[in-house]
Design a binder for this molecule. Structure first.
Ligand code: FAD
Length: 459
């Protein structure tokens, strides 16, 4: 069984590449062949075609979140514009959003240049108010963008304008942002792996890195694997949720599971009824997170968080599937589109994403030790990982980057609480937010923003 529909449908041979066999010396070692590792490798090789770049991947390229996600190539990071403005300044919040909007186009253009068919459809995203209780969230999001002078082409749509695009039950209003695209993550990640190899990079699959140490006294950094030691000038940690499984890194990120169900291809008549010809990315304003996309072959993907956090930040293939959460997602999809009551689902999967304590991603390279990395996207890494790859490549090849003013560059989040506090906090938040969503939906009253769970969400 593959980990997701996306990898099954990637039109690529998934037979693993050979693992590392013996000790090697390289310029750049990258740990993890997801979007972050592959974009970093590609961008290093674009800047310096002679660089020796090796990626060690524990499983196969795309095994992680990059091969499993909701297909949202979106310009948002997990920290809201208002929160970014509060933490730094409105100018920094605007710069971040504008850079991310440009990143969406950068991904699409680089795919074209590298011959990767990621099936990108730039139809924008619609954040729907499904019910009275979510109306203030639409206005709040518009106010946030106006406050940082970054509204651009983003606008509110009324119920009729939404229905012209897609018929979703209960949709009263929406925020429409045209700066987003639906992509095929499997084709993107596997295509990137081929592009890296075409440019001379090497990918060793089935090669878990078990320990990493930085440069010391003129000696290169080292990474240990079961089949050889890698010595490298620079070591890039690009293993997102799995970073928490490396020695000394348990509290850097919390692995949080996001789960997905996928329908069989719908009939033409069903699509006629739903509309959705623009392939917009869809979500509501629930705290418990829902995200939808339409595949090129006519299926609906419905994803959401809600699967339980596991004590000690454990990650296991057994957690990729969680019956009660997958059932809930199937039920929710039917409430979005009641005409699909009898729809059949062909796939269900999930995977861990990496959540830092302050939800802010980190792109960093320590000039002394030569250890760098990019991680902590909190479920918003499809576009962000491309920006991370360009920033890391700048720093590796030239020592500086034009993006130095972005809040992610050089950022270090504080560590998560030790167990059992982490488990108690995560489980409390998951339950409290689920109850809050249910309460606001049944009463029609918006959340107050004053409950303990909401205050904790603001970190
Ligand atoms: C279900 C789900 C839905 C999501 N939906 C979206 C979405 O729609 N839009 C969006 O922007 N983001 C989404 N995300 C998040 C997004 O997919 C990730 O942020 C992004 O893919 C992270 O890429 P990455 O390369 O950093 O990490 P990953 O893709 O997780 O790759 C890490 C790789 O490192 C490897 N690895 C781990 N440990 C080691 C080791 N010790 N040695 C060697 N290799 C190792 C893993 O096998 C894996 O292949 C979603 C995530 C999930 C789980």
């Amino acid at each position: 069984m593959t980990v997701s529909f996306w990898l099954e449908d990637a039109q690529d041979d998934l037979a693993p590449r050979p693992p590392l066999d013996g000790d090697v010396d390289v310029d750049v070692l990258i740990v993890g062949a997801g979007f972050t590792g592959l974009w970093t490798a590609l961008e290093v090789l674009r800047r310096d075609p002679s660089a020796e770049v090796l990626i060690c991947e524990a499983q196969v390229a795309g095994f992680g979140a990059s091969g499993r996600n909701g297909a949202w190539l979106s310009p948002y990071i997990a920290v809201t514009p208002a929160e970014l403005a509060r933490r730094s300044s409105p100018a920094t919040a605007r710069l971040t959003l504008e850079t991310m909007r440009a990143t969406v186009d950068e991904v699409i253009n680089t795919c074209r240049d590298e011959g990767i068919d990621a099936q990108a459809r730039k139809g924008g995203l619609l954040r729907l108010a499904r019910g009275q209780q979510e109306l203030p969230a639409v206005e709040g999001a518009l106010r946030q963008l106006t406050a940082i002078d970054a509204l651009g082409e983003v606008r509110a749509l009324d119920a009729d304008e939404v229905a012209e695009r897609v018929r979703v039950a209960g949709a009263q209003r929406a925020l429409f942002d045209p700066n987003a695209a639906a992509i095929h993550p499997g084709r993107l990640v596997r295509g990137l792996a081929r592009a890296v190899e075409r440019r001379g990079g090497r990918i060793a699959e089935g090669t878990p890195v078990t320990d990493v140490s930085g440069r010391r006294q003129g000696q290169r950094g080292t990474a240990t694997t079961p089949t050889g030691t890698v010595r490298a000038e620079t070591v890039v940690l690009a293993c997102e949720a799995w970073l928490s499984q490396l020695p000394g890194r348990h509290r850097d990120l919390m692995p949080v599971y996001s789960l997905i169900v996928l329908t069989e291809p719908l009939s033409d008549a069903a699509w006629e009824e739903l509309g959705w010809g623009g392939h917009e990315l869809l979500s509501s304003h629930r705290y418990t997170v829902d995200y939808l996309s339409r595949t090129i072959d006519g299926r609906i993907l419905f994803g959401g968080r809600g699967a339980p956090y596991h004590f000690g930040s454990r990650i296991s293939p057994a957690y990729d599937r969680h019956g009660p959460t997958h059932d809930l997602l199937r039920d929710q999809l039917r409430t979005w589109f009641p005409s699909l009551t009898g729809v059949r689902f062909s796939h269900a999967w999930g995977g861990p994403l990496g959540m830092p304590r302050d939800w802010m991603p980190t792109f960093h390279l320590d000039a002394d030790s030569g250890i760098g990395g990019a991680y902590g996207y909190t479920g918003q890494g499809v576009a962000t990982s491309n920006l991370a790859g360009r920033v890391l490549a700048d720093l590796i090849v030239t020592g500086e980057t034009e993006h130095a003013d972005l809040p992610m560059v050089g950022h270090r989040s504080r560590r998560w609480e030790p167990e059992p506090l982490r488990w108690l906090g995560a489980r409390y938040l998951q339950r409290a937010l689920t109850r809050l969503d249910a309460r606001t939906a049944s009463s029609g009253r918006p959340p107050t923003g004053r409950t303990l769970a909401e205050r904790l969400l603001r970190h």
